[in-house]
Design a protein around this ligand. Sequence first.
Ligand code: NAP
Ligand code: MG
Length: 402
Amino acid sequence: MKKIQMKTPLVEMDGDEMTRILWKMIKEELIVPFIDLKTEYYDLGLQHRDETDDQVTKDSAEATKKYGVAVKCATITPNAARVQEYNLKEMWKSPNGTIRAMLDGTVFRTPIIVKGIDPCVRNWKKPITIARHAYGDIYKNVEMRIPGPGKVEMVYTSEDGKTQDRSVIHVFNGPGVVQGVHNLDASIISYARSCFTYALAEKKDLWFSTKDTISKTYDHRFKDIFEELYENEYRPEFEKAGITYFYTLIDDAVARIMKSAGGFIWATKNYDGDVMSDMISSAFGSLAMMTSVLVSPGGYYEYEAAHGTVQRHYYKYLKGETTSTNSVATIFAWSGALRKRGELDGIPELQVFADHLEKATIRTIENGKMTGDLAAITHIPDPVILDSEAFIKAIRAELEQL
Ligand code: NAP
Ligand code: MG
């Protein structure tokens, strides 16, 4: 069999622990036998990040801007325990945070749906993709405890000192608390662009929700920016693609989503996305079945699994015990990236291969062969629990039939 040829390399970002082990197996069993794989390899494993003073993370983000498509393995975000464990020079920042900031991107999470592992919400038949704005609001807040009676004001002073604007937040009669939050037009515009870009790429409706009836200036700014961009730039493309942009209040969105069949993208503000993404992923079954893609307003894509490095399984693996770690989201990160590369480079075989890889993965599970985490939640009778490697080999067998 002739291998599929690639034109432009994928940016490959290797990672840590159990997912690093899965990464190698996926490449060897499911990718390299079928594709003449071209990647530009960046080792984001914690040890190599430390050796390069985290330069490798920045280089990998630059490479993503150059080539347009990256695939990333889960990586450790160091905390105090990791600094000790890996004897790190510094508590390096989250690679995802660094890459997201450099690409000015938005993360879209989509569950992978398989028959036999049903979402808790009966009528959710198609995946719901959730996007979360990743700047400002309470995540960059300034808070104060108010000890007793007194007045709290909000004051703006222009850079030249000439204009001031002020308003009273509250006149306190007793103790309490206050909070100051902000956001930036530039960040909201980038976010909106990523959302419109991704909706067009996926040909899915885009929903956006805020609480603009209560927050008449702050949340309303979000609503206006989305609406202006849509009307001025994206509407014709949306109409051509047969998709819609739909704005509604956050509470109305939540109520409608519970009754919907899914199949759309839901863009949220930072806090709503923090909360709702956990609800969506747990309602769809498992974090190990959730894909994640970072989309920049400039149209660069970085695909990964939504879960972490599965540390607990890695320590079992190191002790020589068998693990049953779910590789589905990481496989879908590869298929997503390969499909996008095929689309951008005009290689239909690569797109077809990506479809087959996903189909083979889903079939394997639907035929009753799965990892332990899925066996625990499926209603397929008598599921066969496979170890990490055997599961990937079972997918290989399905893939060869396609
Ligand atoms: P995690 O790696 O997502 O794993 C948490 C637990 O969820 C696991 O112990 C396992 O449960 C289950 N799980 C997650 N993915 C699974 C899979 N593919 N197959 C089977 N079970 C799976 O989260 P964590 O343990 O909190 O974090 C570990 C490291 O990952 C941390 O150093 C963190 O910084 C990093 N992290 C990276 C990313 C990223 O790169 N995008 C995201 C999140 C976390 P059981 O143990 O019960 O089997
Ligand atoms: Mg959360």
